[in-house]
Design a protein around this ligand. Structure first.
Ligand SMILES: Nc1ncnc2c1ncn2[C@@H]1O[C@H](COP(=O)(O)OP(=O)(O)OP(=O)(O)O)[C@@H](O)[C@H]1O
Length: 312
């Protein structure tokens, strides 16, 4: 069985003469959380709407768990669970009844136990008897995911799912999604919030003006071995002396940040040498801080934008 659950090839959407999505290709693997990241208007929602069959694509191919969206539409759709707009519920019915109603509409003959199973997975089992109108936004969101995965899809697709959630809600939601991946569900998620994507995704694609400009895995973003210059801060007993030692030995710029702190731009592999140099020249080194590259750094490097994307 293939490890690729969702495959998108040359997906394109034109509306009149405007190309909104331009030959976008990516793959989502089993059990991974894959992010579509990009500023407002980049085309993320349009990509998702094409994948879930809400709008027609102009060109390209989508297959979900091996089923081609064009030739095996029903089978492909059965593999998808999605929340593209805010999920709608019957507010005066309980969470359980909402899920039961949804289950009855499902093509699959699902056992009632499946309701408890998904509710437990999303940690709303304690609230199943309560009316949905009493649910917090976070709980409604989780009920939406429970509903979307009721029929055991291979891939869950979420468009900006944390919009409006508070930090605690976002955190819980993140944990819920991670839990789902442990049960083999793959997740495609879109967001313009860099920090959120950084914590949530295993891999992400950057979308800009309808084009996919880069795919990267989160470990690449924080890969310490790569040969890139980073800001490293050394806390020593004497900044002036430390600066002198480094300048004489290495002839590189040294910033004095405080009487005890200096910073230099070096690679990860040079940190140990720099420490040795300072110690051998009688400096006491108390702390070394290596500034890891964040997703925001990568985003700005790749897109050259001053950032429409909220860096929070
Ligand atoms: N039906 C349409 N007709 C014309 N233009 C459209 C249509 N749908 C989307 N667009 C345009 O396509 C571009 C991409 O929109 P899309 O909603 O996919 O972006 P997005 O990355 O999801 O951004 P957001 O986070 O704001 O939803 C935007 O410039 C939008 O105005």
């Amino acid at each position: 069985m293939s490890n690729i659950i969702l495959s998108v090839k040359d997906l394109t959407k034109k509306i009149k003469s405007k190309t909104i999505v331009d030959h976008v290709s990516f793959e989502v693997k089993k059990g991974e959380i894959f992010g579509l990241l990009g500023p407002n208007g980049a085309g993320k929602t349009t990509i998702i709407r094409m994948i879930v069959g809400l709008i027609n694509k102009t060109a390209g191919e989508v297959s979900i768990n091996g089923y081609n969206l064009d030739s095996k539409y029903t089978q492909a759709m059965n593999q998808i669970g999605a929340i593209v707009e805010n999920p709608e519920f019957y507010n005066y019915m309980s969470g359980y009844k909402n899920l039961l109603h949804y289950k009855r509409m499902s093509e699959k003959d699902l056992p009632n136990d499946r309701i408890y199973e998904v509710a437990k997975l999303l940690k709303i089992d304690h609230a199943l008897k309560q009316k949905v109108k009493t649910y917090s936004l976070g709980m409604r969101q989780r009920l939406g995911v429970a509903q979307a995965i009721l029929h055991s899809p291979s891939v869950l697709i979420l468009d900006e799912p944390t919009n409006g959630l508070d930090p605690q809600g976002i955190r819980e939601f993140r944990e819920n999604l991670r839990e789902l991946t442990k049960h083999g569900v793959s997740i495609l998620i879109s967001s313009h919030l860099l920090s959120e994507m950084e914590l949530m995704c295993d891999r992400y694609a950057i979308i800009e003006q309808g084009k996919l400009i880069h795919i990267e895995s989160m470990n690449e973003t924080t890969n310490l071995e790569e040969d890139l210059l980073r800001e490293v801060t050394f806390t020593t007993d004497d900044s002036e002396q430390a600066q002198k030692v480094i300048k004489e030995a290495k002839n590189i710029p040294v910033n004095v940040l405080s009487p005890t702190q200096i910073s230099v731009s070096i690679t990860y592999n040079e940190i140990a040498d720099m420490n040795k140099l300072l110690v051998e020249n009688d400096r006491k080194v108390f702390e070394i801080v290596f500034v890891k590259k964040t997703l925001e750094d990568r985003f700005l490097e790749l897109t050259n934008q001053s950032t429409e994307v909220n860096p929070l």
